[in-house]
Design a protein around this ligand. Structure first.
Ligand SMILES: Nc1ncnc2c1ncn2[C@@H]1O[C@H](COP(=O)(O)OP(=O)(O)OP(=O)(O)O)[C@@H](O)[C@H]1O
Ligand SMILES: [Mg+2]
Length: 321
């Protein structure tokens, strides 16, 4: 865990990370979402960004929680002068103009709108343009803090990222919302693949062939395969490529930790998708203490138990890349 804070990491750090740094400079977009508000999306976005920046990667954290933007506070910077609202309203001509350096080396932020220009209100073209421009920013990693909710725009940012990371609390309401989010993403993804493969009528046919009241989205793919094996397998391939990552936040007991494994099993059975449980974060008072101080947790409390939690998660995510 101390490796995160070792400035010599490039020389002495884990070989997988070093290889990643030297051989693969392709920028990766990680989107952090989850159905519910207050489950730790901004905490995770800011601290994963810090982990990557301390490892020597060039990172831009982007606050896409338009209307509820507070990622800058988690990163210990005042509201940047220019935000995504300036880009949306065309006052800024490029996303580069919005990049603000944070006190942490290698880490910049693009802040979200401070007004009520919600992400849900973004027009399709604006969204496509933002996505396209985000992918072209000069950085190794672009981390998107998506904000709460399941609007099409939030789902599309989640789907189009190289890694979609979900966070949930070990509480029934949060778990329900996470399944709702996964279900919405799944249906959105199905729609996109349906358009791509031009198999709308085939999916309608499979949906109409109701086998049982309890049939699941995974059963739907089986029915498509029965009707048209070639297209069905292409569809399954596309759907299984979609493997969201899961972080359970505010863990207090082993039972809390195990919830992630149960969610993984349920997602496989119900949706036929591989939910990758990449780790958990302990419930820890240093989180609210750092929020109150408006300082980034990992910088303010380098001895917090969460340092080890984040270290494990970031290495796991880098291995998957
Ligand atoms: N691991 C933790 N231990 C203790 N408190 C935590 C932890 N994670 C989050 N919290 C508390 O939950 C609050 C909300 O976290 P955060 O702002 O990251 O959530 P969010 O999902 O981004 O919320 P929103 O949907 O409002 O943007 C934190 O300010 C903190 O008080
Ligand atoms: Mg937030």
């Amino acid at each position: 865990m101390a490796s995160l804070f070792n400035p010599e990491l490039k020389e002495f750090g884990p070989s997988d990370v070093y290889q990643e740094l030297s051989s693969n400079r392709r920028q990766k977009v990680w989107a952090i979402g989850g159905g519910k508000g207050g489950v730790g999306k901004s905490l995770i976005t800011s601290n994963l960004s810090i982990c990557l920046a301390l490892m020597g990667y060039k990172v831009i954290a982007v606050d896409l929680d338009l209307g509820g933007a507070n990622l800058h506070t988690c990163l210990g910077v005042p509201i940047p002068e220019r935000t995504l609202s300036d880009y949306i309203s065309k006052k800024a001509r490029s996303l580069d103009e919005l990049i603000t350096q944070t006190p942490i080396k290698n880490l910049s932020i693009i802040s979200g709108a401070q007004d009520d220009v919600g992400i849900a209100n973004l027009k399709h073209m604006q969204k496509a343009k933002i996505l396209n421009k985000l992918q072209r920013l000069d950085a190794d990693y672009i981390l998107l803090d998506l904000g709460a909710g399941t609007s099409f725009n939030t789902l599309d940012f989640f789907i189009s990222a190289d890694q979609g990371i979900l966070t949930a609390l070990p509480e029934p309401t949060s778990i329900e919302n996470t399944y709702r989010f996964i279900k919405s993403v799944y249906h959105r993804k199905l729609k996109l693949v349906e358009g791509l493969l031009e198999i709308g009528p085939l999916i309608d046919q499979a949906m109409n062939a109701k086998i049982s009241q309890n049939s699941t989205p995974a059963d739907l793919i089986d029915r498509v395969i029965d009707i048209n094996p070639e297209m069905g397998h292409k569809l399954r391939h596309e759907i299984t490529k979609f493997a969201p990552k899961l972080i359970i936040n505010q863990i207090r007991t082993q039972t809390d930790v195990d919830i992630g494994f149960s969610m993984k099993i349920i997602c496989r059975k119900y949706f036929g998708i591989n939910l990758d449980y990449v780790g958990y974060l302990d419930y820890d008072a240093t989180v609210w203490q750092s929020v109150k101080k408006r300082k980034p947790l990992l910088m303010e409390f380098p001895n917090s138990g969460l340092v080890g939690n984040f270290d494990r998660i970031v290495h796991r995510l880098l291995k998957i890349n």
